[in-house]
Design a binder for this molecule. Structure first.
Ligand SMILES: *Cc1c(COP(=O)(O)O)cnc(C)c1O
Length: 241
């Protein structure tokens, strides 16, 4: 067994244990493997360990990997079948001049923090691809230098993004600063959970949000405790960057 495959198993065990502690079904939390800075070989290894969803922060780096792994014979899958083994999530900041690359290559975008970026992604999503699945990034702990919509603006942004024809609004994503302990981490993640519930309770969206993306290597237990449905883990799977 490779290190990455063993690490994946350890992370899945952490997710299961955290779900049990929180009285939740382990199947209610998805694992996104964040492969930024690691190469296509690392992704292939994780795929061999049963991991299919991958997150990338840097758009040109991510697209390079997506294309490399899409080439016939680049995966341990029949070379003559369309390669749908991998699902790619963009989790990093997106500048306007990168939206076309994102729209043409990724399956999900979790880092939408303003309407203009969402509009460009919708306009540029190729007709032959399914709609882009998106989350709004929310600056839940108010860090001054952080991207993400302010919590108070999230519902209005959600309403507008939900109307865009080539996007499907799935949920919220947050990246809080590291917290000193479990209770503090839970408190921040619970704020995101409350915002998620509030948006759904508003009844103002065409369909309820089903994805609350929060929790990373250091705080996935606290995020699951607070209601995360998707943890994004890099270091614990691929190693230090
Ligand atoms: C890098 C990154 C992660 C993974 O962080 P780790 O601490 O390595 O698990 C998750 N989400 C986002 C948005 C990231 O940029």
């Amino acid at each position: 067994m490779t290190t990455i495959v063993r690490n994946l198993q350890l992370v899945r065990d952490r997710i299961t244990t955290a779900c049990e502690a929180a009285g939740r079904d382990p199947a209610s939390v998805q694992l996104l493997a964040v492969s930024k800075t690691f190469g296509a070989d690392a992704v292939r290894e994780a795929l061999g360990g049963g991991q299919h969803a991958f997150g990338e922060n840097y758009i040109t780096e991510g697209v390079g990997k997506i294309i490399a792994l899409r080439l016939p014979g680049s995966l341990a899958a029949p070379a003559d079948e369309p390669n749908t083994a991998l699902q790619w999530h963009c989790v990093g900041p997106i500048q306007s001049n990168k939206t076309r690359l994102v729209a043409e290559h990724f399956d999900w975008v979790q880092s939408i923090d303003r309407l203009k970026i969402a509009q460009r992604l919708s306009d540029q999503r190729p007709a032959g691809l399914p709609p882009l699945q998106v989350c709004l990034q929310v600056n839940i702990d108010g860090g001054a230098n952080k991207s993400g919509a302010a919590p108070g603006e999230a519902l209005a942004l959600a309403r507008e993004v939900a109307e865009l024809p080539r996007l499907v609004l799935r949920g919220l994503m947050s990246i809080p600063d590291p917290a000193p302990d479990f209770a503090a981490a839970c408190a921040v993640h619970e704020n995101a959970r409350r915002l998620f519930d509030l948006i759904n309770a508003s009844g103002e969206l065409p369909a309820p949000l089903d994805t609350l993306s929060m929790g990373m290597t250091a705080d996935l237990e606290a995020a699951i405790h607070a209601g995360s449905t998707m943890v994004r883990v890099g270091t614990a799977i691929f190693g230090m960057r």
